[in-house]
Design a protein around this ligand. Structure first.
Ligand code: MG
Length: 386
């Protein structure tokens, strides 16, 4: 066996972080902590699958937090961290075992690939390896009064993921009979006689514990947010005997737009812009005109589908800007209603929706009133690992 499995423990109650929800399910930069940890761990080439351990009453919250992410298994944890990790190790054993396991806390959302590189390399020589950082501050004992200064040169802050040869950590767990409850698995491997190598950790791995840690972590990764834009363009012909649907609302008008769906040219351009921003093809890819089920379909469905794809990719729509090009009807009186409708469909505040209109000075097909055109730009952002 040569493969490496990630084991994420997401079973805590996390009450110190505030907010009423266990912290592993609370969003950081728009994504739950556990989803961040899953993505970062899973993005490493060495990690071939991830098992997640969660609390007995947390399965639903975990599935919601993970969205479309597919763990190898979701396992119910125990009363202590040790029991929870043990449950995860048993699940990996039941799946056929592994060469290596990376035991990680969901409360450490960012896992630099370089740390995993160092951990995996250390396992060539040692049965266990953990990331650590030194202590920069003076460290002292004391309560109300200063006690003794502790020699910080010998102190190490221990982080996760902790890496182990699978069979060794499994044996250590089975053999554990310590009187006190261990706070990590490295202690258990040591107790079983296994050497644990120290590799350089990373401040990005600091644990999210207190309410302020969320904002601090968001600020820390702020520079790594990727912004993408997509553009969309569409035209539909005007004809008699049709309802005019434009920007998700019905506008009273002598003519309407002709098309396979409701022919809402504005929502089509907007849908294509959003799909473009996430590289997900175009509206025809998802809703082929050849498919009879989209005959007369409300274009709001297309837009909502594009928004759902953005969310599933762990991304966020930051802004959309739409221009409707026609001589008639006048868009101005309907602008607020269109903006409100699109905000509702995209579940965004109206401040992030821009609706504009122009004529083409009676030139061209729009100028002659033969059709309506629309163009749109969508700005979408996501964290680097997504
Ligand atoms: Mg169209």
């Amino acid at each position: 066996m040569t493969h490496t499995i990630g084991l994420i423990v997401a079973a805590g109650r996390g009450e110190r972080a505030g907010g009423g929800t266990p912290k592993q399910f609370r969003p950081l930069a728009g994504l739950p902590l556990v989803a961040h940890a899953f993505d970062r761990l899973g993005a490493h080439a060495a990690v071939e699958g991830i098992v997640v351990v969660t609390g007995a009453d947390q399965h639903e919250a975990l599935r919601e937090a993970l969205g479309t992410r597919a763990p190898l298994a979701i396992v119910e944890g125990g009363a202590t961290r040790r029991e929870s990790v043990r449950a995860g190790l048993d699940a990996i054993a039941a799946l056929g075992g592994a060469a290596r396991v990376l035991v990680h806390d969901a409360a450490r959302p960012f896992v630099p690939a370089a740390v995993i590189d160092r951990l995996v390399a250390a396992l060539d020589t040692f049965p266990g390896a953990i990331p650590v950082l030194g202590v920069a501050d003076t460290v002292a004992t004391g309560d109300a009064l200063l006690g003794n200064i502790v020699d910080r040169a010998t102190l190490r802050r221990v982080q996760t993921p902790q890496a182990f040869r699978f069979d060794d950590v499994m044996t250590a767990h089975r053999a554990w009979s310590g009187a006190t409850e261990p706070t990590d698995d490295a202690q258990m491997l040591r107790a079983a006689g296994g050497d644990v190598a120290l590799v350089e950790g990373d401040p990005m791995l600091d644990k999210i514990t207190l309410p302020g840690d969320f904002a601090a972590a968001e600020a820390r990764i702020g520079g790594s947010r990727l912004v993408r834009t997509g553009m969309g363009f569409d035209v539909h012909r005007l004809g008699d005997g049709e309802e005019l649907w434009l920007g998700g609302i019905r506008i009273p008008h002598a003519q309407g737009l002709i098309g396979h769906s409701d022919a809402d040219v504005a929502l089509h351009a907007l849908t294509d812009a959003i799909l473009g921003a996430i590289g997900a093809g175009d509206i025809g890819t998802h809703f082929p005109p050849s498919d009879p089920q989209w005959r007369g379909a409300p274009s709001s469905r297309f837009l909502e589908h594009a928004a759902a794809l953005v969310a599933a990719a762990g991304a966020r729509i930051d802004h959309v800007d739409l221009t409707i090009i026609c001589e008639a009807p006048k868009i101005g009186p309907h602008r607020d209603a269109i903006r409100a409708r699109i905000a509702l469909l995209l579940r965004l505040p109206e401040t992030r929706i821009s609706i504009k209109a122009t004529t083409t000075e009676r030139l061209g097909f729009t100028g002659r009133g033969e059709g309506i055109a629309a163009q749109a730009i969508a700005t979408v952002s996501a964290w680097e690992a997504l």
